[in-house]
Design a protein around this ligand. Structure first.
Ligand code: UT7
Length: 332
């Protein structure tokens, strides 16, 4: 039986640290509210002159390649999860291919928001299992700071969302690696967390930018409490689905890496699964919610801290815009 295995992991976060105090100076919010409701203390924002989604992804990729003892030339396919591509089109996968100096390998973008990395991992896993590719780069990267409403009107999103990139390299193995992935969506809730423009579903005269007078439609809109309520239910469902599919129990999990949506969501899931602190990895306190980048950044940091060991059972789980939700169980 052919499985895929993560052979290298890397991440990159921008240098600029944005504290809760800084945000409190430009909108009506405060450290106490943000800490209590989200657990976030600081996050990173790009320097728009220097950083792009593709070049942050390239930095994360180089770290992953180095840790895997591989080079750019070994990569034969790219799967790139992002909802904040550098251009409206083409996607960021081709820009990453260019950044890495690779000439003609295929590159695919995945736009499934916070679940994007697990969707991307699942797609890559199928390509490896089928024998179509041998070394696949899977990336999650986002620049969200430039699409956020940085006024009091947008404070429920401004305090949460941030920038960063994470990457993993997948290769085939005949030992269990990625055991299973589980992907879900419910489009009835698409507008509960979305950015409307530049969307194509407008009459021609309205789609011209100079006609879009209400530019808030280019910013992130989120019904936070609705997202929260669905997230806690779907996280549990999709983790339990992964465990059941593999005949395992919650006690078998060595490390849970939840998408870093909100520390209170991660803590709810931890409590329901009765996992000790040592079995749940969170870094949202330092990076905020980096959407598709959050799981690969957390996985890369957890691995570097020695918390992801050989033979461990690692569970990844996510929920976000769409709504979409997903999980993966990995024998490391
Ligand atoms: O990545 C996956 C997708 N995203 C998520 O999973 C996020 C899920 N949702 C959340 O994390 C939470 O809903 C938030 C942290 C975004 C908001 O927390 P909440 O407890 O659900 O607050 P709320 O939106 O129900 O708002 C409660 C109050 C409101 O004031 P009033 O109307 O009660 O006077 C908000 O205006 O808190 C106010 N508020 C704030 N106050 C200070 C909202 N954001 C802020 C803020 N600072 N940043």
């Amino acid at each position: 039986m052919r499985y895929s295995k993560i052979v290298g992991l890397g991440h990159h976060v921008p240098e600029t640290v944005i504290t809760n105090e800084y945000l409190s100076g430009i909108m009506d919010t405060n450290d106490e509210w943000i800490t209590e409701r989200t657990g976030i203390k600081e996050r990173r924002y790009v320097d728009p002159v220097k950083d792009t989604v593709a070049n942050m992804a390239a930095k994360a990729t180089r770290m992953a390649l180095e840790r895997a003892n591989l080079t750019e030339k070994d990569i034969d396919f790219i799967v790139f999860a992002t909802i904040t591509p550098d251009y409206f089109f083409p996607g960021s996968g081709v820009l990453l291919q260019r950044e890495l100096g690779l000439e003609s390998i295929g590159a695919l973008d995945i736009r499934n928001a916070c679940s994007g990395f697990i969707y991307a991992l699942s797609v890559a896993d199928q390509f490896i299992k089928s024998g179509m590719y041998k070394t696949i780069l899977v990336v999650g990267a986002e620049i969200q700071s430039t699409a956020i409403d940085m006024t009091t009107r947008g404070r429920n999103t401004a305090v949460i969302f941030a920038d960063g990139a994470g990457a993993v390299i997948l290769q085939p193995t005949d030992q269990p690696g990625i055991l299973s992935t589980h992907l879900h969506a419910d489009g009835r809730y698409a507008e509960e967390l979305y950015v409307r423009d530049p969307g194509s579903s407008r009459p021609r005269e309205e789609r011209q930018p100079e006609q879009i007078l209400d530019t808030t439609t280019f910013k992130v809109v989120m019904n936070g409490s609705q997202v929260f309520k669905h997230a806690v239910v779907r996280f549990m469902e999709v983790i339990n689905e992964a465990l059941a599919a593999n005949g395992m129990k919650k006690e078998d999990i060595d490390l849970l890496i939840p998408h870093q949506a909100n520390l209170r969501i991660s803590q709810f899931v931890q409590h329901k699964l009765e996992l000790p602190d040592s079995k749940v990895y969170n870094n949202i306190m330092r990076y905020g919610n980096t959407t598709a980048a959050s799981i690969p950044i957390a996985l890369s940091e957890a691995w570097a801290e020695g918390k992801v060991k050989e033979d461990n059972l690692i569970c990844l789980a996510a929920f976000g815009s769409g709504f979409t939700w997903a999980s993966a169980l990995i024998r490391w």
